[in-house]
Write a protein that binds this ligand. Sequence first.
Ligand code: SF4
Ligand code: SF4
Length: 172
Amino acid sequence: MSVLEPVIELARGLGQVVRYMFDRPVTYQYPEQKRELRQRFRGRHVLKRYENGLEKCIGCSLCAAACPSDAIFVEASENTDEKRFSPGERYASTYEINMLRCIYCGFCEDACPTEAIVLGDNYELSFYSRRDAIYTKEMLLEGVPTTEMTTPRKTEPAKYTRSVPAMQDPKD
Ligand code: SF4
Ligand code: SF4
């Protein structure tokens, strides 16, 4: 090894420092500063409602069947016109997702016939115990559009007979 070699290496190292010294920092000052998410980002689930406030989930359990990590538990009960949660015969009386099991694959979202379960953009999940990692229906269900549109509610007889809404065929 020549005597100049360490000096050259030192100069090369310093050159790297000078090169990046004036670059914009890439560190985000989280939580004050949040990174912009990609469009396809999949975060914490949300159980959606229709515009009239009825719950989209009909308790069919297809999401649970599609889930590769067995993270979803659904229990269905019967709707009545006196006490209606969702259109059609049944609603999810229990809906739970174990967030420690979930791998955010989105299969549940794909399997859902009513587009009730959607992976949103919230990634701020933290819990102190395994029990707290089980998100219940109350935690997952989105808020009602107005206070009169809450569920369960009394609805007009024979008005909401279809569990799955008529959807337009995809054009492409
Ligand atoms: S995102 Fe994937 S792993 Fe998570 S609950 Fe849905 S299907 Fe299961
Ligand atoms: S979220 Fe969708 S797939 Fe899962 S039980 Fe409800 S309606 Fe069925």
